[in-house]
Design a protein around this ligand. Structure first.
Ligand SMILES: Cc1cc2nc3c(=O)[nH]c(=O)nc-3n(C[C@H](O)[C@H](O)[C@H](O)COP(=O)(O)OP(=O)(O)OC[C@H]3O[C@@H](n4cnc5c(N)ncnc54)[C@H](O)[C@@H]3O)c2cc1C
Length: 476
């Protein structure tokens, strides 16, 4: 432990100093580690995915158990410290680490067990999506998770969670059976539909506002292990035709077929013919997880869009499909997104989208649409805080650029302008997990709609002092 006094942020906006003895006191209560700047492991612990939102913590606890988490929360309360909790570090708004805070880096709690008979997986809060997919697929099972394998299970799930299996099994939180959580009073509680049911309700979409989750238990379903899918793309000049076909495919296809449509600039990747590098494309990322004997029939409407410039559709392991896009979203770049839910793909939306993308100046700019319709629409609006039971698609305008990009301001403005043009088609609601640092309290409310007031009530019960505020914060 460093011999100097350490300056650290408090919850009230002021700064405190911690003496070496006070840090020793905390370290002595932990089985895991306590890290300061310069120590081995600090750089990884203090790193997040979106360099544009990066801030530095003052002190990092790497808990190895719920007991460690409880000790860190109690210490933070005692000293009035600002706390943040880092799962996989992939939140675009950088909420996993707050400036000068005491950060709980959960990466040491990556334990995971699968019970194939009970069809559940018990998942530690440091797990990445790939950990869960790999462990459950060993039994031909899976739960709903997203499709970039480095993303943290914790943040994704607490915000709702969507992916290729959403059409079949709903939001990730529709498959959450139980959690253990350390609440602001330092208690370790179990929450499910009968025990601490109000807390469980809030954790199913309400983010990190209610405590630090130390175990997630997910319901599993038979999936794969071989599925059919991958990428297929056509020239952007055919956008009108491809987008209309996309609408037909999503309206007519079975729930086992999930298709994401993207307009983007082709990356200089080996699987893209060189003459297409940097050119605008319409792409579909496809996952068909149903009966493989029916693949030709199910995929026929996509195949009938002849002459693709890229065609990587093939049978492959589900785990491969869940990770082949990883390199498209590298850590350390600057990212800026705007997202809305849709109930349908109306004619006007489908004509505005290619019109605005035709002038997109960002090489790393894209507009994606993901089809969600299915199981999630069959739940009541208040079945979990996640809500948005009318969402049938989610669209996102996304920008990515190098940290030293001179055109960064105009790129950000393009994303905002494109979003403003598409926003009138939104349900008026947005996905909490895709929000950037410049989205304020009105966007938090817009994520939850009618469920917001109940979230405030649960917050008052379990965290009246707003100890867990370094997140998309629930405030009255
Ligand atoms: C490249 C990329 C792809 C994505 N793809 C998808 C996708 O397919 N589907 C989807 O639904 N989302 C997706 N997302 C969004 C993702 O769900 C959110 O960014 C999510 O917040 C990431 O979680 P994390 O644990 O990695 O992030 P972190 O930044 O570590 O944490 C996010 C939030 O969760 C809180 N938190 C983390 N762990 C805990 C815990 N144990 N207890 C309490 N609070 C905790 C943090 O305090 C923070 O507020 C993607 C994001 C990226 C960057």
């Amino acid at each position: 432990m460093n011999e100097r006094t350490l300056t650290i942020a408090k919850r009230d906006g002021e700064h405190a100093t911690l003496t070496p003895e006070q840090r020793d006191d905390l370290a002595g209560q932990l089985d895991g580690s306590l890290l300061e700047d310069g120590e081995e492991g600090w750089e990884d612990a203090a790193l997040i995915w979106n360099a544009m939102a990066a801030t530095m913590p003052a002190l990092v606890v790497q808990p190895s158990s719920a007991r460690d988490v409880a000790a860190a929360v109690a210490f933070a309360r005692e000293h009035g410290l600002l706390v943040s909790v880092k799962g996989g570090g992939h939140n675009i708004g950088g909420t996993g680490i707050a400036e000068d805070s005491l950060t709980l880096d959960m990466s040491g709690m990556r334990q995971l067990s699968v019970d194939p008979q009970a069809r559940v997986a018990h998942v530690g809060p440091g797990c990445r999506l790939q950990d869960v997919d790999r462990a459950t697929q060993a039994y031909g099972l899976a739960t709903v998770l997203g499709f970039i394998s480095e993303v943290g299970v914790a943040g994704l799930t607490l915000g709702g969670g969507l992916g290729y299996l959403t059409r079949r099994f709903g939001w990730a939180v529709d498959n959450l059976v139980e959690v253990d959580v350390v609440t602001a009073d330092g208690e370790i509680r179990t929450a499910n539909r009968t025990e601490n049911a109000d807390l469980f309700w809030a954790l199913r979409g309400g983010g990190g506002n209610f405590g630090v989750v130390t175990r997630f238990t997910f319901r599993l379903h038979e999936v794969g292990p071989t599925v059919f899918g991958g990428l297929i793309a056509w020239p952007f000049e055919r956008a009108d035709e491809i987008l209309l076909a996309y609408r037909e495919i999503t309206v007519g296809g079975p729930r086992e077929l999930a298709v994401w449509h993207n307009v983007l600039h082709a990356p200089p990747a080996p699987f893209v013919p060189e003459e297409w590098h940097g050119k605008k494309l319409c792409a579909m990322a496809v996952c068909y997880s149903g009966d493989l004997a029916l693949t030709d029939e199910v995929l026929a409407p996509i195949r009938s869009l002849s002459d693709p410039v890229v065609d990587l559709l093939e049978e492959q392991p589900y785990t491969q499909l869940q990770s082949y896009l990883d390199e498209t979203e590298p850590k350390g770049m600057h990212y800026y997104w705007k997202t809305e839910y849709l109930t349908e793909l109306g004619d006007e939306f489908l004509s505005v989208l290619p019109e605005l993308y035709a002038t997109c100046p960002l090489p790393g700019g894209e507009v994606g649409i993901l089809h969600l319709e299915g199981a999630l629409n069959e739940h009541d609006e208040d079945d979990g805080a996640v809500g948005n039971r009318d969402a049938r698609y989610v669209f996102g305008v996304k920008g990515m650029w190098e940290p030293d990009e001179p055109e960064a301001d105009s790129y950000r403005q393009w994303v905002r302008d494109a979003w403003e043009r598409l926003r009138p088609f939104s349900t008026g609601r947005t996905y909490i997990n895709f929000q950037t640092t410049d989205e304020g309290q009105e966007r938090v409310r817009a994520s939850y709609g009618a469920n917001f007031d109940r979230l405030v009530e649960v917050k008052q019960t379990y965290d009246p002092d707003n100890v867990f505020r370094s997140n998309r914060n629930i405030r009255p």
